[in-house]
Ligand binder design. Sequence first.
Ligand code: NOJ
Length: 540
Amino acid sequence: MQAMDWLKEAVIYQIYPQSFQDTNGDGIGDFQGIIKRLDYIRSIGINTIWLNPCFDSPFGDAGYDIRDFYKIAPRYGTEEDFEELVKEAHAREIRVVLDFVAGHTSMDNPWFQAEAEKPHSADSNRYIWRNRDFDPATGPQKGDFVSNFFWYQPALNFGYSEITEPWQDPLHAPGPQKNREEMRKILAYWFDRGCDGFRVDMAGSLVKPQDTPASVEATKAIWQEVRAWMDEAYPDRVLLSEWSFPSRSINAGFHLDFMLHFNTPGYSSLFFNGKGTLAPPKDQAYCYFDAEGQGSLDVFLKSYSEQREATRGKGLITLPVGCHDFQRLRCAPRGWDELRCAWVFFMTQAGPPTIYYGEEIGMRFVENLEPKEGSTLAGITAVNAGTDLGERAGTRTPMQWDDSKNAGFSTAPAERLYFPIDPDEDRPTVESQDKDPNSLLNFVRELIRLRKANPVLGTDGEFTFLNTTEQHYPFAYLRELDGARCLVVINPSRHARSVDLRVAGEPCEVLLGQGCVCERHGESLSVTVAGHGFGIIPLR
Ligand code: NOJ
């Protein structure tokens, strides 16, 4: 099947491998653990998994600092374990997407080490050396080279669109050429081992100075070349970008972009409540998915519709349910009721849903954890973070499977766990939620089932915002596809809200609803939604 055909039907599950399931008792998740849980993953309705970087690394940034792009990190298992994972996933019709850190490496990477051993020489430039006169005894230090994120993540050299310093290379210098060739080698190597695609870390960061119009165009050109090659050589594999700028990334050849907390605004205005890592935009005191009901959809809708218009028919946008870089959705004071409302939105969005592990059972953002492997950004100026991401540890705690030791994550002594288990006595687990028909997990399963059974709710359907009153509560939008029409209304606030919508069609039996009543009055459809209510209602 061609890449886009399966991606449109994808429901993606993001696995942070170190925190998912440990099987060898070292306190860190592994491939065998993922294999063990594939049936569970399938039971949710997921058909694609994306693993955060699982390559050889000193783990200064949890694996986003790669030492060897062609080698599995031993802590996750052997090369054979990786192959078994791909085989077992494919046997269950689950595709496997890996994470490609295209723009930087670890300082331990042999490419970096080789260049670092030759100070005063300008013959090799896979990296961007500001200063090659460093003391060979100490090796290069912070500032001697250009970094991409933490200072110890040296940027790979893709050249400068505009040269202002003698140490900057033009786009087609030998170093940048070498790096571009290597990109294809890396992708092909993993594609040949059965990988179905890559999520590309900081996809917009290649050409420097980053984000100037000329550099954006030059970076896009690099990806367009990659995509053209993939369309020929691997037409069934996908490229997903962490760029959070669909009008750039999709036009650069990516099949899909994540709308996140940076670049295009919108995500934060919906979900960040300032109690976890991030706050809503400065001029907005409350995020939209908040029980106070004082948020606004303005920022999101403007940004989202602009990005959709710019990418229509060319590629997809996903608004992910959580991610390893910011607070979990269940971040106090947001509670279970608002959570369900958010899930209705996520599972009826016009792009493939992406679910960060544990969100489906409502795992909590855990505060005040000791940082680990670059989890904290507070007080650190990560070069390109663009925003203060703050604490990422609370989002990376181990998956909660059951009530056995360490919540079923690992048999290791508690102090050896990658991160501690959420200490909350009432922490949700897969086992308890699986049994409870009213659990969040079963609600999520039902939403995914509905999305699959009703293509109008899926990726191809049109998305039109309907509630244009100033209040924006309830959130109301129309999904349309091939003559089918479906209204979605969501009221994350704790107060009942009503709105008259200018939309044609008779409301039919709700597909899923809670406290939602619709009545036709001439031209308008009067909708009343109880606090924390929602409805998915076909219109005929
Ligand atoms: C974005 C990743 O999502 C994040 O976890 C990482 O720290 C930076 N890129 C640097 O690679």
